[in-house]
Ligand binder design. Sequence first.
Ligand code: ATP
Length: 445
Amino acid sequence: MTAASGRRLTQLDELVSLCARRGYIFPSSEIYGGINGFWDYGPLGVELKNNVKARWWQRVVRERADVVGMDSAIISHPRTWDASGHTEHFSDPMVDCRACKKRFRADQLDDIGPCSAREGTSEHDLTSPRKFNLMLETRVGASEDAAAAAYLRPETCQPIFTGFKRVREAARQKIPFGIAQIGKAFRNEINPRNFTFRSREFEQAEMEFFCHPDEREKWFDHWCNERMRFHQELGLAPDSLRTRPHGRDELAHYCKKAVDIEFRFPFGWQEIEGIHDRGDWDLSRHSEYSGKDLSVSAEDQKQRFMPTVIETSVGIDRLCLALLANAYAVEELDGGDSRTVLHLHASVAPIQVAVLPLSKKLADPAHALESRLRRHFNVFYDDAGNIGRRYRRQDEAGTPFCVTYDFDSVDDQQVTVRERDAMKQERITIDGVADYLREQLECTA
Ligand code: ATP
């Protein structure tokens, strides 16, 4: 069978239901009705997410001599957030509806829907906007006084700045160089929405590149190109990706220049990654607030200077959502049948190979093949239902290859390898199948 035509994702709801049904992503604490803005990743979701993070780490840290990694605590000394400006500035404008009591972001009022307290009219009775700080507060230790209040980090980069001197010295790095980190961030978003796109707990992969102020343009352009290339390598369609420079009025108070990488989601073009020239704001402020000099000396001069920071900041959950939306298709097949398929790039697909014995009677040799393949790939074994249905299940999970063990396999020591996208089938010897799959997966990766 071949795919005759395909329909891309138009409604987010279709993807949300596939994700829940297949255990990609589902509401956190679902049995209690969920908790708004928090999501859990199931067996397929966690594999996708881990693959995306591993790929980022590979490109940004391992393949470069000028970027090192770290993994910091989620809770920092509260002074960190005074120095960074978050205590004072990290807020969104919030309005309340006096009638239905709902809260909205004053800058996102376009699609807030009708007022539930005023039937037949869409008019909300809104208060004037006021600032709402997005940092999530917690308490540290048993003491009840204010000194014990702390925040869950709203971005992963600040501990990179506070750890800058230690990491640079320990790693014997000289300017220009970068420090990268992947980890959780928390924001008490007023209106979490669009599935995982805007959540209250999410993961960021951030890299702070420290350079001489004279080289800021060069490194800004370098990282814009690198990051765009990364998203294309993961298979995001070029016509669904674009860069958008920020206008002067959009720039955060610390930011000299910013470019967003945007993806075309079913709900419109939206940011998945930001590239920012943060100047020397962070290091200067932490120097001032901590009393520790974070400047560096130039190799060829006696003079000290505060490095400029070029930041790349991508939300892992947003990127996973973009990858899923990009991969989703419903395809009509010959014979009036149809399939839902995730055309995920092989390097991020949760399962690389499914082993499918044609009959339960073939369990022993099929399990032996499964064990051999598990040394190289993430493998799923499925012996339930007819073979067509099993292929459909793997298509929906985004598995690039299915290996079918049939009655002929016992005699000819060959298996059928079926490729997800073109649905092409080939007979391959059992001894050669691991190499064959590795080659195929590498050519697409
Ligand atoms: P937005 O304007 O959408 O709120 P932002 O400009 O505040 O995003 P940054 O502070 O630049 O975002 O964060 C960098 C990246 O972290 C974003 O590009 C996004 O991928 C991710 N991110 C930020 N906020 C959230 C969130 N609430 N849920 C999921 N991911 C997020």
